[in-house]
Design a protein around this ligand. Structure first.
Ligand code: UDX
Length: 466
């Protein structure tokens, strides 16, 4: 090992994701990218769930800092208690972790924390560490929250449309739901705006996005602080053409099946997909948190049936009781329903023709990076804004319309699936999807825009350590 490599391997970074699937995935993947550049990286976990075993397979060792049922079930009303508990845990455990690694000869130089825990920066600074925040939502959405933080955008939004600098015209249903749904989510907006409370003190501000995807908002926000896009934080086995073509997964940054809070049904999904024609399957998933009503489930089932396409539908264990089970008997030839799947592998599979998605930021970036057209059916939070960009800005999919009762009907679902899978519009959408797939890969390839930002970060940390 050369002296430079040795210094890199001794440069030690802690990463701290929020304990939700949509936050663990990008932080863990970013951790592995840093490790692939030679750094020693230790992700910290608030849970002892399955994902911590990534240590056995990957280049990073996850360290559990807390384990309690405290984090099992929360509602928005309890957000403050929950966040206070996270804060107390980090405040208590981080000094111990830092001291222990110092004694073992691998002192910590930097903490990379989820932007929704801005107080982690204060704790890191007290311990003499550098601090880097990672935003796991889009720049566009963050720009809206930043306007709220600055008081430029008044909430609750009561107008039908708003103008936000650097963004296309936004109707109320394009804004993050927290901006007008203050009654149901009183604390979520406060939390989202708080991401900017001490941003000026962070040594680095990272975003899980890439330059060309959000260039206009990036140029605008970069006037306020030095934003560094580092995304899409997807393992190289999916973004590196060489690796994919050779089917040589040796270079992969991690095996995707070990990091879930949920157990994926890998074998049945992949076997079932293998037996389908290219681009013939509609993949349906609403992420790790969304809760659908019983009637909405019925309508989705109905729409899938009427579309006459094959489908792979993820219905989480906690959602299963609302699932119209007779639907499975009627469509057993056409579909597979699982409680969790290896989503990256599914999206990379040639038989998947489109993704009916809630537009969580990870799902959106994953589909975009793998060139899979989308039927956007946003539920809440940032998903509504992501859906706007999917349909109208990047034009890699279509968005469903919600009726007066707040339902997306089966007929609407059938029509939108056909639009993306069959009709003339499908050709343009597929062309756009291929364009963005290429641009996403370029960003994370060696010397691409995101890769350069990561290289710069690593070089500065190593320089600080010598
Ligand atoms: C949440 C929010 O809802 C989202 O809007 C925000 O941007 C991040 O946090 P979630 O709803 O779970 O996340 O959606 P998403 O961001 O798409 O993350 C889900 C992750 O779970 C993705 O990385 C996806 O690949 C993975 N997944 C999902 C699976 O591995 N298997 C599945 O069956 C479904």
């Amino acid at each position: 090992m050369g002296s430079e490599q040795r210094v890199a391997a001794e440069t030690h970074v802690l990463t701290l994701p929020l304990p939700f699937q949509g936050h663990i995935n990008p932080m863990l993947q970013f951790s592995k990218r840093l490790a692939s550049k030679g750094l020693k990286v230790t992700p910290l976990s608030f849970t002892d769930k399955e994902w911590t075993k990534a240590a056995e397979h990957g280049s990073v060792n996850v360290q559990i800092i807390f384990d309690d049922t405290l984090f099992a079930e929360i509602t928005d009303q309890e957000d403050t208690v929950y966040i206070n508990n996270l804060y107390a845990t980090v405040k208590r455990r981080l000094p111990e972790v830092v001291a222990k690694h110092g004694e073992s000869g691998y002192p910590i130089s930097c903490l990379v924390y989820d932007s929704l825990m801005p107080w982690a920066l204060d704790i890191a600074m007290e311990l003499g560490l550098l601090g880097a925040t990672l935003f796991t939502q889009s720049l566009a959405v963050s720009n809206i929250y930043y306007e709220v933080h600055q008081g430029k955008l008044k909430v609750p939004v009561e107008k039908t449309a708003v103008a936000v600098e650097g963004m296309p015209p936004l109707e109320i249903h394009d804004l993050p739901s927290f901006l007008f749904d203050l009654e149901n989510y009183p604390l979520s907006l406060k939390l989202s705006a708080s991401q900017f409370s001490n941003i000026g003190e962070a040594d680095w501000v990272f975003f899980n996005t890439f330059n060309s995807l959000e260039d206009e908002v990036l140029n605008l926000m970069a006037r306020q602080c030095a934003i560094k896009p580092v995304g899409p934080t997807i393992p190289s086995m999916y973004t590196d053409n060489r690796v994919k073509d050779d089917k040589d997964y040796g270079l992969s940054l991690f095996k995707p099946d070990v990091e879930s809070l949920f157990k994926p049904d890998v074998e049945s999904c992949m076997k079932w997909l293998d037996s389908r024609e290219p681009c013939s399957v509609v993949y349906v998933s609403f992420g790790s948190l969304s809760i659908l009503g019983e009637r909405q489930m019925e309508e989705i089932a109905c729409g899938l049936k009427m579309s006459c396409h094959y489908f792979l539908w993820v219905v989480r264990e906690t959602e299963k009781e609302k699932f119209p089970s007779r639907f499975l008997d009627e469509t057993s030839e056409k579909g597979l329903v699982v409680t969790w799947c290896p989503q990256l592998e599914v999206l990379a599979h040639k038989s998947v023709g489109c993704f009916m998605t809630h537009c969580g930021w990870n799902s959106t970036l994953e589909a975009l990076s793998m060139g899979v057209p989308m039927v956007a059916m946003p539920q809440w939070a940032d998903q509504t804004t992501n859906a706007k960009f999917v349909a109208d800005v990047w034009r890699v999919g279509v968005r469903v319309k919600v009726d007066e009762e707040g339902i997306v009907t089966g007929k609407e679902i059938e029509l939108r699936i056909r639009e993306v899978m069959e009709e003339e519009t499908a050709i343009e959408i597929r062309k756009n999807s291929e364009k963005w797939e290429k641009l996403a890969k370029e960003a994370v390839d060696e010397d691409g825009s995101s890769d350069k930002n990561i290289q710069e970060f690593v070089a500065k940390l190593i320089c600080n350590s010598t």
